[in-house]
Design a protein around this ligand. Structure first.
Ligand code: MC0
Ligand code: CO
Length: 141
């Protein structure tokens, strides 16, 4: 089921400051323009790496799912990892059949790459919050 690592999610109180840090400390040269994703309660900025992306996320709105995380980690921190899957509903159903908890309603929502995503509870994944996203069409691997 598990496919490519799509991105590593990093929560931050300031996308602008984080972009500068990845640029100045690590030489990351390609940061995309940040954009709001109200459906997920976050503002997003992708930093491109040769083989993957860092997804910087800042809280958006009062109901942002990352408010609690930033309250515990005020300077930000690694928040989730995102793996691609071919079929999001098949992946969800297989995980549920094995007893894993899918967060929220379990109905996939459209993520930052425009394809459906779900989240698996960290308690079922060794303490790591895991996002699964359907591989964009035409990019099957
Ligand atoms: C843009 C989009 C995209 O890529 O397309 C995104 O990524 S959006 C990325 C943002 N969206 C999401 O994260 C949506 C899914 N997330 C959620 O539903 C929530 O954030 C939860 C993961 C359930 C956490 O909820 P809440 O903040 O209320 O935390 P809580 O204090 O009740 O925590 C419950 C337990 O989970 C742990 N916990 C909380 N956040 C965690 C994280 N990021 N990584 C690992 N563990 C985490 C807590 O330490 C706690 O463990 P103990 O019980 O052991 O103390
Ligand atoms: Co993500």
């Amino acid at each position: 089921m598990i496919g490519r690592l799509n991105h590593v999610g990093v929560a931050t109180p300031s996308i602008e400051a984080s972009v500068a840090m990845y640029r100045d400390l690590l030489g990351a040269t390609k940061a995309h323009t940040p954009f709001d994703l109200p459906a997920q309660g976050v503002r997003v900025c992708f930093v491109d790496l040769p083989n993957s992306q860092v997804e910087l996320i800042e809280p958006l709105g009062d109901d942002s799912p990352i408010h609690g995380f930033l309250a515990k980690n005020p300077r930000g921190g690694q928040h989730h990892v995102c793996f691609e899957v071919d079929d999001i509903l098949a992946a969800r159903d297989a995980l549920r059949a094995k007893g894993a908890t899918i967060l929220g309603t379990g109905e996939p929502r459209i993520g930052a790459h425009g394809t459906p995503i779900i989240f698996v509870h960290p308690k079922d994944m060794g303490g790591v919050l895991v996002e699964l996203m359907e591989t964009p069409k035409g990019e099957a691997h």
